[in-house]
Write a protein that binds this ligand. Structure first.
Ligand SMILES: Nc1ncnc2c1ncn2[C@@H]1O[C@H](COP(=O)(O)OP(=O)(O)OP(=O)(O)O)[C@@H](O)[C@H]1O
Length: 494
């Protein structure tokens, strides 16, 4: 049963029968239309999202042409056979043969034209209906409609829109990973959220290979990481933390946070996880965390199910917990069965935290007040080492640690500071300056939020093609430079 159908099954079934009764009053008319008009019954069972308004879909209308050609051929030959029996005498036979040659010629020409005109359709029909390339016809139709929607969205600036060409759609629309991910699962969020910066998510690890013609272009555009490039070996920077002394004495940087993402080997990512998967993974991770021995890291796992709204909101406001209801994640089907299987682990001081089954299976986080980047990194490294011995993670030779969003691949490290730079951030070219320093700017309540009280979240932009240590260094060097410019501007002002 397709994943989307779980809740909507009964409703859809009823709608389906209602529509059938209305449009096809007798079983015979239904069968006729089903045969000649290409109605694919399996496609009715599921849909509740993108094509909400489409009740009945003639999945491949051109199927009728595919069937019409052989039917017409059989029809004409059977008439010819009947005629032949009726003819007597050589003259009639010669005339008949002449006609037959003519008829045969016309049929061949007609057949060739039909083949030429309808080959692409028939190929699709064959591939989908014979399950040659796995994807069902309705999903193919959804992908084509999604592509049309993106093409019509002139203001959309996402990398998805930029790189999803007709050729790529035609190449990928039939593909499906072994766990069942389609191109539609990949692009769904970006199709709903035309204001997205990127717009794609990987429903499972294999998607990065199966849908590589799209992912590779987006990855290269975002990270500057070519299809021939390879993620360097892991270097968490355990022996180099002393290179990151505090950035300032508390004047500019309010707090520092370094996080990385991990996915459990053998499990798909959010859109393909079942309720049982979520619960099993939660148990695996929370059990593993129980055995953390490091005194500073030891803590408790708090499942989201059962947590009061008040506690949740307090944790979110204090920047410890993920927010609920991010529309980009929701449209990527990343919030199924929420809040089941989701939760947060943290130590007493809330300086070491692990998010379970939010965007990625795990987000490992180290954070504290002030700008002691070295200390934050040291704690994170100890945390990663404590966990990775208990649960195996997905890593790809080329792309490094695998994550749901392609912007997080590779090192998966986002090292950030909450920082106040009143003069620099007032400059018109603030965003361009940060871009040049390979820094990403966000508001203080996370991605897609605005700055408050002049505080920005500034982090490394690149995560792929550089080691964990290099990602932290990118943020450290860039922020140091911004602080120097702020000081320079202060000097000039005074
Ligand atoms: N340096 C920091 N100090 C304190 N809190 C921070 C810092 N950086 C980020 N946060 C907080 O962490 C929370 C999560 O932020 P956000 O969702 O932007 O980033 P993320 O966890 O890196 O994930 P993603 O990049 O996938 O969105 C937010 O509440 C944000 O304010």
């Amino acid at each position: 049963m397709p994943r989307d159908s779980i809740d909507a099954e009964n409703v859809q079934e009823q709608t389906f029968h209602g529509i059938l009764a209305e449009r096809f009053p007798t079983r015979l008319t239904f069968l006729f239309y089903r045969y000649f008009d290409g109605i694919d019954v399996t496609s009715f069972v599921c849909e509740r999202d993108f094509c909400e308004d489409v009740e009945l879909v003639y999945v491949f209308r051109p199927r009728c042409y595919g069937r019409a050609v052989p039917v017409a051929f059989l029809f004409s030959t059977s008439i010819a056979r009947a005629d032949m029996r009726a003819f007597k005498g050589v003259r009639e036979m010669a005339a008949f043969l002449k006609n037959k040659v003519l008829l045969g010629g016309l049929a061949a020409a007609g057949g060739a034209t039909a083949l030429y005109l309808f080959y692409p359709y028939n190929r699709e029909v064959y591939m989908t209906n014979m399950q040659q390339n796995e994807n069902d016809a309705f999903t193919v139709k959804k992908i084509e409609e999604a592509f049309q929607k993106l093409s019509d969205a002139k203001d959309c600036k996402s990398l998805l829109k930029k790189h999803l060409t007709k050729d790529i759609v035609d190449e990928l629309k039939f593909r499906k990973t072994k766990m069942g991910a389609t191109l539609y699962d990949v692009i769904r969020s970006g199709v709903f959220n035309l204001d997205a910066g990127v717009g794609v998510y990987a429903p499972d690890a294999e998607s990065y290979k199966t849908f590589a013609p799209l992912f590779d272009k987006i990855i290269e555009d975002y990270h500057g990481f070519k299809p021939t490039d390879k993620q360097p070996p892991v270097d968490l920077g355990a022996d180099k933390v002393s290179e990151f002394p505090p950035l300032d004495d508390g004047k500019y940087v309010l707090s520092t946070r370094i996080r990385c993402g991990r996915t459990l080997a053998g499990y798909p990512f959010n859109p393909l996880l079942t309720q049982d998967d979520y619960l099993i993974m939660e148990k695996k991770v929370s059990d593993a965390l129980l055995s953390v021995k490091d005194k500073e890291l030891k803590g408790t796992y708090y499942p989201l199910a059962g947590m009061t709204k008040e506690t949740q909101n307090k944790l979110i406001a204090d920047h410890f917990l993920f927010k609920e209801g991010d529309r980009h994640l929701q449209h990527a089907n990343a919030c199924n069965y929420w809040p089941k299987g989701r939760g947060i682990f943290h130590n007493n001081d809330k300086t070491f935290l692990i998010w379970v089954n939010e965007e990625d299976h795990m987000r490992i986080i180290s954070m504290q007040q002030g700008s002691d980047v070295g200390n934050v990194l040291d704690r994170l490294v100890r945390g990663i080492k404590a966990v990775e011995t208990k649960v195996p993670f997905s890593r790809d030779e080329r792309l490094g640690w695998l994550t749901f969003c392609p912007t997080n691949l590779g090192s998966t490290v986002r090292a950030s500071v909450h920082i106040k730079l009143p003069l620099v951030s007032a400059r018109k070219d603030f965003k361009e300056m940060c871009d040049e320093l390979n820094l990403q700017v966000r508001g203080i309540h996370g991605e897609h939020s605005d700055s408050e009280g002049g505080v920005y979240d500034i982090s490394n932009k690149a995560r792929l093609g550089l080691s964990e240590y290099q990602a932290v260094k990118q943020m450290y060097d860039g922020v140091k430079k911004l602080i120097d410019i702020e000081k320079e501007m202060e000097g000039k002002k005074n």
